[in-house]
Ligand binder design. Structure first.
Ligand code: PMP
Length: 419
Protein backbone atom coordinates (compact mmCIF):
# COMPACT_ATOMS: atom_id res chain seq x y z
CA UNK A 1 0.00 0.00 0.00
CA UNK A 2 1.11 3.54 0.66
CA UNK A 3 4.51 4.78 1.59
CA UNK A 4 3.05 5.97 4.86
CA UNK A 5 3.04 2.73 6.76
CA UNK A 6 6.37 1.67 5.31
CA UNK A 7 7.96 4.82 6.69
CA UNK A 8 5.93 5.04 9.87
CA UNK A 9 8.04 5.86 12.86
CA UNK A 10 10.41 8.29 11.13
CA UNK A 11 9.02 11.18 13.17
CA UNK A 12 10.17 10.62 16.70
CA UNK A 13 7.21 10.82 19.06
CA UNK A 14 4.75 10.94 16.17
CA UNK A 15 2.05 8.35 15.62
CA UNK A 16 3.11 7.86 12.01
CA UNK A 17 5.13 9.63 9.37
CA UNK A 18 2.88 12.56 8.54
CA UNK A 19 5.15 13.86 5.79
CA UNK A 20 5.03 10.51 4.03
CA UNK A 21 1.26 10.49 4.44
CA UNK A 22 1.09 13.94 2.87
CA UNK A 23 2.93 12.60 -0.16
CA UNK A 24 0.18 10.01 -0.56
CA UNK A 25 -2.26 12.83 -1.36
CA UNK A 26 -1.41 14.41 -4.73
CA UNK A 27 -3.51 17.54 -4.16
CA UNK A 28 -1.58 18.48 -1.04
CA UNK A 29 1.48 19.37 -3.10
CA UNK A 30 -0.38 21.98 -5.13
CA UNK A 31 -0.24 25.69 -4.44
CA UNK A 32 -3.08 28.18 -4.25
CA UNK A 33 -2.43 31.89 -4.91
CA UNK A 34 1.18 30.81 -5.20
CA UNK A 35 1.26 29.61 -1.61
CA UNK A 36 1.38 26.06 -0.27
CA UNK A 37 -2.10 24.69 0.26
CA UNK A 38 -3.08 24.29 3.90
CA UNK A 39 -6.27 22.28 3.80
CA UNK A 40 -8.33 22.57 6.97
CA UNK A 41 -11.81 21.95 5.56
CA UNK A 42 -11.81 18.22 6.16
CA UNK A 43 -15.08 18.30 8.05
CA UNK A 44 -16.75 19.24 4.78
CA UNK A 45 -14.80 16.77 2.68
CA UNK A 46 -11.38 15.17 2.93
CA UNK A 47 -8.78 14.90 0.16
CA UNK A 48 -8.06 11.61 -1.60
CA UNK A 49 -4.94 9.47 -1.41
CA UNK A 50 -3.45 8.13 -4.61
CA UNK A 51 -4.59 4.59 -3.77
CA UNK A 52 -8.21 5.74 -3.97
CA UNK A 53 -7.70 7.63 -7.22
CA UNK A 54 -5.74 4.74 -8.73
CA UNK A 55 -8.21 2.14 -7.48
CA UNK A 56 -11.06 3.93 -9.19
CA UNK A 57 -9.09 4.47 -12.38
CA UNK A 58 -8.03 0.79 -12.48
CA UNK A 59 -11.63 -0.26 -12.17
CA UNK A 60 -12.77 2.11 -14.92
CA UNK A 61 -9.92 1.14 -17.22
CA UNK A 62 -9.91 -2.59 -16.67
CA UNK A 63 -12.83 -4.04 -14.76
CA UNK A 64 -15.87 -1.90 -15.24
CA UNK A 65 -19.36 -3.24 -15.95
CA UNK A 66 -22.71 -3.16 -14.22
CA UNK A 67 -23.04 -5.34 -11.12
CA UNK A 68 -25.38 -8.16 -10.08
CA UNK A 69 -26.79 -8.61 -13.57
CA UNK A 70 -24.33 -10.02 -15.99
CA UNK A 71 -23.15 -13.52 -16.65
CA UNK A 72 -20.13 -12.12 -18.44
CA UNK A 73 -16.65 -11.89 -17.01
CA UNK A 74 -16.49 -8.16 -16.42
CA UNK A 75 -19.85 -8.00 -14.70
CA UNK A 76 -18.82 -10.78 -12.38
CA UNK A 77 -15.48 -9.12 -11.62
CA UNK A 78 -17.23 -5.80 -10.97
CA UNK A 79 -19.78 -7.52 -8.72
CA UNK A 80 -17.03 -9.25 -6.76
CA UNK A 81 -15.16 -5.99 -6.24
CA UNK A 82 -18.31 -4.11 -5.31
CA UNK A 83 -19.56 -6.75 -2.87
CA UNK A 84 -16.11 -7.22 -1.34
CA UNK A 85 -16.35 -3.64 -0.08
CA UNK A 86 -19.49 -4.52 1.85
CA UNK A 87 -17.46 -7.05 3.83
CA UNK A 88 -14.69 -4.51 4.26
CA UNK A 89 -17.12 -1.94 5.68
CA UNK A 90 -18.64 -4.57 7.96
CA UNK A 91 -15.19 -5.35 9.38
CA UNK A 92 -14.36 -1.63 9.58
CA UNK A 93 -17.40 -1.06 11.82
CA UNK A 94 -17.22 -4.50 13.43
CA UNK A 95 -20.74 -5.28 12.26
CA UNK A 96 -21.90 -8.82 12.77
CA UNK A 97 -22.36 -9.48 9.07
CA UNK A 98 -22.07 -7.75 5.73
CA UNK A 99 -25.85 -8.05 5.31
CA UNK A 100 -26.02 -5.23 7.85
CA UNK A 101 -24.25 -2.83 5.48
CA UNK A 102 -26.43 -0.83 3.08
CA UNK A 103 -24.76 1.42 0.52
CA UNK A 104 -26.31 4.84 0.07
CA UNK A 105 -25.25 8.05 -1.64
CA UNK A 106 -23.99 9.49 1.63
CA UNK A 107 -24.93 9.98 5.26
CA UNK A 108 -27.77 12.25 4.23
CA UNK A 109 -29.36 9.59 2.07
CA UNK A 110 -28.75 6.96 4.75
CA UNK A 111 -30.65 8.98 7.39
CA UNK A 112 -33.41 9.71 4.88
CA UNK A 113 -33.60 5.98 4.21
CA UNK A 114 -34.16 5.23 7.90
CA UNK A 115 -36.72 8.04 8.22
CA UNK A 116 -38.59 7.01 5.07
CA UNK A 117 -38.53 3.25 5.65
CA UNK A 118 -38.30 2.60 9.38
CA UNK A 119 -39.93 5.89 10.32
CA UNK A 120 -42.95 5.53 8.04
CA UNK A 121 -43.49 1.95 9.10
CA UNK A 122 -43.05 2.31 12.85
CA UNK A 123 -43.84 5.91 13.82
CA UNK A 124 -47.28 7.37 14.44
CA UNK A 125 -48.68 10.76 15.36
CA UNK A 126 -47.47 11.77 18.81
CA UNK A 127 -44.44 9.46 18.77
CA UNK A 128 -41.23 11.20 19.75
CA UNK A 129 -37.78 11.31 18.18
CA UNK A 130 -35.00 12.75 20.32
CA UNK A 131 -32.26 14.77 18.57
CA UNK A 132 -29.67 17.15 20.01
CA UNK A 133 -29.21 20.86 19.49
CA UNK A 134 -25.88 20.07 17.78
CA UNK A 135 -27.30 18.08 14.87
CA UNK A 136 -26.35 18.64 11.26
CA UNK A 137 -29.34 19.48 9.04
CA UNK A 138 -29.05 15.95 7.63
CA UNK A 139 -30.21 14.64 11.01
CA UNK A 140 -32.95 17.24 11.47
CA UNK A 141 -34.75 17.80 8.20
CA UNK A 142 -35.61 14.13 7.40
CA UNK A 143 -37.36 13.96 10.78
CA UNK A 144 -39.14 17.25 10.11
CA UNK A 145 -40.40 15.84 6.81
CA UNK A 146 -41.74 12.88 8.76
CA UNK A 147 -43.27 15.24 11.30
CA UNK A 148 -45.13 17.04 8.49
CA UNK A 149 -46.33 13.69 7.15
CA UNK A 150 -47.16 11.79 10.32
CA UNK A 151 -47.34 14.27 13.18
CA UNK A 152 -44.37 12.92 15.11
CA UNK A 153 -42.81 15.13 17.79
CA UNK A 154 -39.16 16.16 17.87
CA UNK A 155 -37.42 16.68 21.20
CA UNK A 156 -34.08 18.43 21.41
CA UNK A 157 -31.39 17.43 23.91
CA UNK A 158 -29.36 20.37 25.24
CA UNK A 159 -25.65 21.05 25.74
CA UNK A 160 -23.77 23.18 28.26
CA UNK A 161 -21.79 26.33 27.46
CA UNK A 162 -18.66 24.31 26.55
CA UNK A 163 -20.56 22.04 24.20
CA UNK A 164 -20.81 19.00 26.47
CA UNK A 165 -23.83 16.82 25.83
CA UNK A 166 -25.95 16.84 28.99
CA UNK A 167 -26.69 13.19 29.61
CA UNK A 168 -29.04 13.77 32.56
CA UNK A 169 -31.10 16.29 30.64
CA UNK A 170 -31.20 13.87 27.69
CA UNK A 171 -32.45 11.06 29.92
CA UNK A 172 -35.20 13.39 31.18
CA UNK A 173 -36.46 13.67 27.58
CA UNK A 174 -36.96 9.92 27.22
CA UNK A 175 -40.59 9.08 27.85
CA UNK A 176 -43.26 6.52 27.03
CA UNK A 177 -43.71 7.97 23.53
CA UNK A 178 -40.00 8.10 22.64
CA UNK A 179 -39.51 5.80 19.66
CA UNK A 180 -36.04 6.78 18.45
CA UNK A 181 -32.91 8.60 19.57
CA UNK A 182 -31.00 10.05 16.61
CA UNK A 183 -27.75 11.81 17.47
CA UNK A 184 -24.42 12.83 16.04
CA UNK A 185 -21.51 10.73 17.23
CA UNK A 186 -19.37 13.87 16.97
CA UNK A 187 -20.61 17.44 16.41
CA UNK A 188 -19.44 18.82 13.07
CA UNK A 189 -19.18 22.33 14.59
CA UNK A 190 -18.16 21.92 18.21
CA UNK A 191 -16.19 18.70 17.82
CA UNK A 192 -17.91 17.39 20.96
CA UNK A 193 -17.77 13.60 21.15
CA UNK A 194 -21.05 12.41 22.55
CA UNK A 195 -21.07 9.67 25.22
CA UNK A 196 -22.61 7.34 22.69
CA UNK A 197 -22.11 4.04 24.55
CA UNK A 198 -23.88 5.50 27.57
CA UNK A 199 -26.59 7.02 25.37
CA UNK A 200 -27.26 3.63 23.78
CA UNK A 201 -27.30 1.96 27.19
CA UNK A 202 -29.90 4.30 28.70
CA UNK A 203 -32.03 4.31 25.54
CA UNK A 204 -31.98 0.53 25.20
CA UNK A 205 -32.87 0.14 28.88
CA UNK A 206 -36.14 1.81 27.85
CA UNK A 207 -36.47 -0.19 24.63
CA UNK A 208 -35.64 2.79 22.42
CA UNK A 209 -33.48 2.27 19.31
CA UNK A 210 -30.56 4.59 18.57
CA UNK A 211 -29.26 6.00 15.29
CA UNK A 212 -25.80 7.54 15.32
CA UNK A 213 -24.70 10.01 12.66
CA UNK A 214 -21.06 9.02 12.37
CA UNK A 215 -19.99 11.47 9.67
CA UNK A 216 -17.46 13.06 11.98
CA UNK A 217 -17.00 9.89 14.02
CA UNK A 218 -15.92 6.99 11.80
CA UNK A 219 -13.43 9.31 10.11
CA UNK A 220 -11.55 10.20 13.28
CA UNK A 221 -11.67 7.25 15.67
CA UNK A 222 -12.20 3.50 15.71
CA UNK A 223 -15.90 2.61 15.70
CA UNK A 224 -17.26 -0.70 16.90
CA UNK A 225 -21.00 -0.82 16.32
CA UNK A 226 -21.33 -4.08 18.23
CA UNK A 227 -19.57 -2.69 21.29
CA UNK A 228 -21.69 0.48 21.02
CA UNK A 229 -24.82 -1.57 20.49
CA UNK A 230 -26.42 1.12 18.32
CA UNK A 231 -29.21 0.16 15.94
CA UNK A 232 -28.10 2.35 13.03
CA UNK A 233 -24.80 4.05 12.22
CA UNK A 234 -24.25 6.21 9.13
CA UNK A 235 -21.25 7.86 7.50
CA UNK A 236 -20.16 9.37 4.18
CA UNK A 237 -17.29 8.00 2.11
CA UNK A 238 -15.99 11.39 1.02
CA UNK A 239 -15.11 12.45 4.56
CA UNK A 240 -13.16 9.22 4.98
CA UNK A 241 -10.77 9.99 2.09
CA UNK A 242 -13.03 8.16 -0.35
CA UNK A 243 -15.07 9.56 -3.23
CA UNK A 244 -18.35 11.44 -3.15
CA UNK A 245 -21.58 9.63 -4.00
CA UNK A 246 -21.08 6.72 -1.61
CA UNK A 247 -22.05 6.38 2.02
CA UNK A 248 -22.99 3.70 4.47
CA UNK A 249 -25.97 2.76 6.55
CA UNK A 250 -25.20 0.12 9.14
CA UNK A 251 -28.41 -1.38 10.51
CA UNK A 252 -28.70 -4.25 12.95
CA UNK A 253 -29.99 -7.28 11.10
CA UNK A 254 -33.31 -7.45 12.95
CA UNK A 255 -33.96 -3.74 12.32
CA UNK A 256 -33.27 -3.97 8.59
CA UNK A 257 -35.31 -7.16 8.31
CA UNK A 258 -38.38 -5.33 9.63
CA UNK A 259 -38.01 -2.39 7.25
CA UNK A 260 -39.90 -2.05 3.95
CA UNK A 261 -38.18 -0.80 0.78
CA UNK A 262 -38.14 2.95 0.38
CA UNK A 263 -37.24 3.14 -3.28
CA UNK A 264 -38.31 0.68 -5.93
CA UNK A 265 -36.57 -0.40 -9.10
CA UNK A 266 -34.06 -2.86 -10.47
CA UNK A 267 -31.73 -4.84 -8.22
CA UNK A 268 -33.89 -4.71 -5.10
CA UNK A 269 -36.56 -7.18 -6.21
CA UNK A 270 -36.89 -10.96 -5.97
CA UNK A 271 -39.55 -11.10 -8.67
CA UNK A 272 -41.83 -8.64 -10.44
CA UNK A 273 -45.16 -9.02 -12.13
CA UNK A 274 -47.83 -6.43 -12.76
CA UNK A 275 -49.90 -8.07 -10.02
CA UNK A 276 -47.29 -8.53 -7.36
CA UNK A 277 -43.66 -7.80 -6.65
CA UNK A 278 -41.50 -9.38 -3.98
CA UNK A 279 -38.32 -7.91 -2.62
CA UNK A 280 -34.83 -9.14 -1.86
CA UNK A 281 -33.59 -9.47 1.68
CA UNK A 282 -31.55 -6.64 3.20
CA UNK A 283 -29.25 -5.02 2.30
CA UNK A 284 -30.18 -5.29 -1.39
CA UNK A 285 -33.80 -4.44 -0.67
CA UNK A 286 -32.60 -0.89 0.02
CA UNK A 287 -30.37 -0.49 -3.02
CA UNK A 288 -32.66 0.15 -5.98
CA UNK A 289 -31.06 0.80 -9.34
CA UNK A 290 -27.47 0.73 -10.49
CA UNK A 291 -25.34 1.60 -7.48
CA UNK A 292 -22.25 3.80 -7.28
CA UNK A 293 -19.99 0.94 -8.39
CA UNK A 294 -16.71 2.74 -8.92
CA UNK A 295 -17.22 4.97 -5.90
CA UNK A 296 -17.84 1.93 -3.72
CA UNK A 297 -14.56 0.43 -4.88
CA UNK A 298 -12.95 3.79 -4.07
CA UNK A 299 -14.42 3.64 -0.57
CA UNK A 300 -12.92 0.18 -0.16
CA UNK A 301 -9.48 1.56 -1.07
CA UNK A 302 -9.97 4.43 1.40
CA UNK A 303 -10.82 2.00 4.19
CA UNK A 304 -7.72 -0.07 3.42
CA UNK A 305 -5.69 3.13 3.49
CA UNK A 306 -6.89 4.40 6.89
CA UNK A 307 -6.65 0.93 8.37
CA UNK A 308 -3.07 0.72 7.13
CA UNK A 309 -2.31 3.68 9.37
CA UNK A 310 -4.79 2.74 12.09
CA UNK A 311 -7.77 4.73 13.33
CA UNK A 312 -6.43 4.75 16.87
CA UNK A 313 -3.16 6.32 15.69
CA UNK A 314 -5.09 8.81 13.54
CA UNK A 315 -7.21 9.74 16.54
CA UNK A 316 -4.18 10.32 18.77
CA UNK A 317 -2.45 12.37 16.07
CA UNK A 318 -5.50 14.55 15.45
CA UNK A 319 -6.14 15.08 19.15
CA UNK A 320 -2.59 16.31 19.65
CA UNK A 321 -3.06 18.65 16.73
CA UNK A 322 -6.31 19.91 18.19
CA UNK A 323 -4.65 20.58 21.54
CA UNK A 324 -1.92 22.50 19.74
CA UNK A 325 -4.53 24.49 17.77
CA UNK A 326 -6.34 25.38 20.99
CA UNK A 327 -3.07 26.51 22.52
CA UNK A 328 -2.06 28.64 19.52
CA UNK A 329 -5.49 30.22 19.07
CA UNK A 330 -5.87 30.90 22.78
CA UNK A 331 -2.70 32.97 22.51
CA UNK A 332 -4.22 35.34 19.95
CA UNK A 333 -6.27 38.12 21.56
CA UNK A 334 -9.84 38.41 20.30
CA UNK A 335 -10.21 34.77 19.20
CA UNK A 336 -13.04 33.00 20.93
CA UNK A 337 -13.11 29.23 20.67
CA UNK A 338 -16.57 27.80 20.06
CA UNK A 339 -16.78 24.35 21.62
CA UNK A 340 -14.49 23.20 24.39
CA UNK A 341 -16.12 19.96 25.41
CA UNK A 342 -14.19 17.56 27.65
CA UNK A 343 -14.29 14.93 24.91
CA UNK A 344 -13.46 16.63 21.66
CA UNK A 345 -12.44 15.45 18.21
CA UNK A 346 -10.56 17.06 15.33
CA UNK A 347 -12.67 20.21 14.90
CA UNK A 348 -11.78 23.72 16.02
CA UNK A 349 -14.46 26.36 15.50
CA UNK A 350 -14.04 29.95 16.58
CA UNK A 351 -15.03 33.56 16.02
CA UNK A 352 -12.76 36.57 15.71
CA UNK A 353 -14.07 39.51 17.70
CA UNK A 354 -15.25 42.33 15.48
CA UNK A 355 -14.58 40.48 12.20
CA UNK A 356 -17.20 38.66 10.19
CA UNK A 357 -16.46 34.95 9.70
CA UNK A 358 -16.63 35.39 5.92
CA UNK A 359 -13.92 38.06 6.01
CA UNK A 360 -11.77 35.79 8.17
CA UNK A 361 -12.29 32.94 5.69
CA UNK A 362 -11.43 35.13 2.70
CA UNK A 363 -8.24 36.49 4.25
CA UNK A 364 -7.13 33.02 5.33
CA UNK A 365 -7.89 31.74 1.84
CA UNK A 366 -5.53 34.31 0.32
CA UNK A 367 -2.86 32.94 2.64
CA UNK A 368 -3.51 29.47 1.22
CA UNK A 369 -5.44 28.29 4.28
CA UNK A 370 -8.77 26.64 3.44
CA UNK A 371 -11.31 26.78 6.29
CA UNK A 372 -15.09 26.67 6.42
CA UNK A 373 -17.15 29.71 7.37
CA UNK A 374 -20.88 29.97 7.97
CA UNK A 375 -23.25 27.76 9.93
CA UNK A 376 -21.82 24.47 8.61
CA UNK A 377 -25.32 23.04 8.06
CA UNK A 378 -26.05 23.42 11.77
CA UNK A 379 -28.18 26.53 11.81
CA UNK A 380 -30.17 25.61 14.95
CA UNK A 381 -26.89 25.22 16.87
CA UNK A 382 -25.71 28.64 15.71
CA UNK A 383 -29.05 30.19 16.73
CA UNK A 384 -28.67 28.50 20.11
CA UNK A 385 -25.16 29.96 20.46
CA UNK A 386 -26.36 33.37 19.30
CA UNK A 387 -23.84 33.36 16.46
CA UNK A 388 -24.63 34.03 12.80
CA UNK A 389 -21.52 32.25 11.63
CA UNK A 390 -18.32 30.65 12.86
CA UNK A 391 -14.97 29.80 11.30
CA UNK A 392 -14.18 26.09 11.35
CA UNK A 393 -10.78 24.46 11.01
CA UNK A 394 -11.18 20.70 10.81
CA UNK A 395 -8.23 18.33 10.83
CA UNK A 396 -7.41 15.15 8.98
CA UNK A 397 -4.74 12.50 9.24
CA UNK A 398 -2.39 14.47 6.96
CA UNK A 399 -2.47 17.78 8.86
CA UNK A 400 0.54 18.80 10.92
CA UNK A 401 1.67 21.48 13.34
CA UNK A 402 2.86 23.65 10.47
CA UNK A 403 -0.75 23.76 9.22
CA UNK A 404 -1.87 25.02 12.63
CA UNK A 405 0.93 27.60 12.57
CA UNK A 406 -0.23 28.78 9.13
CA UNK A 407 -3.75 29.15 10.52
CA UNK A 408 -2.51 31.06 13.57
CA UNK A 409 -0.32 33.33 11.47
CA UNK A 410 -3.23 34.00 9.14
CA UNK A 411 -5.37 34.94 12.12
CA UNK A 412 -2.69 37.28 13.45
CA UNK A 413 -2.76 38.94 10.00
CA UNK A 414 -6.57 39.20 10.23
CA UNK A 415 -6.27 40.90 13.62
CA UNK A 416 -3.66 43.33 12.29
CA UNK A 417 -5.79 44.15 9.26
CA UNK A 418 -8.86 44.90 11.36
CA UNK A 419 -6.89 46.72 14.04
N1 PMP B 1 -23.85 14.70 9.50
C1 PMP B 1 -22.73 15.31 9.87
C2 PMP B 1 -22.35 15.35 11.33
C3 PMP B 1 -21.93 15.91 8.92
O1 PMP B 1 -20.80 16.54 9.28
C4 PMP B 1 -22.31 15.87 7.56
C5 PMP B 1 -21.48 16.52 6.48
N2 PMP B 1 -21.06 17.82 6.78
C6 PMP B 1 -23.49 15.19 7.22
C7 PMP B 1 -24.23 14.62 8.22
C8 PMP B 1 -23.95 15.08 5.81
O2 PMP B 1 -23.08 14.33 5.04
P1 PMP B 1 -23.27 14.22 3.47
O3 PMP B 1 -23.46 15.62 2.96
O4 PMP B 1 -22.00 13.61 3.00
O5 PMP B 1 -24.45 13.35 3.23
Amino acid sequence: MSTSTARAGHNVGAEYDVEAVQRDFPILSRRVYDRPLVYLDNGASAQKPRVVIDGMRDMLEGEYANVHRGVHYLSQRATDRYEAVRGKVARFLNAESEEEIVFARGATEAINLVAASWGRRFLEAGDEVVLSVMEHHANIVPWQLLRAEKGIVLKVAPIDAEGNFLLDRFVDLLGPRTRLVSLAHVSNVLGSVLPVAEIVRVAHARGIPVLLDGCQGATHMPVDVRALGCDFYVFSGHKLYGPTGIGVLYGRAERLAAMPPYQGGGDMIASVSFEETTFKQPPHRFEAGTPAIVETVGLGAAIDYVQGIGLAAIERHERRLLAYAHERLAGIPGIQLVGQAREKSAICSFVVEGVHAHDVGTILDRAGVAVRVGHHCAEPLHSHLGLAATVRASFALYNCRADVDALANGLIAVKEMFG
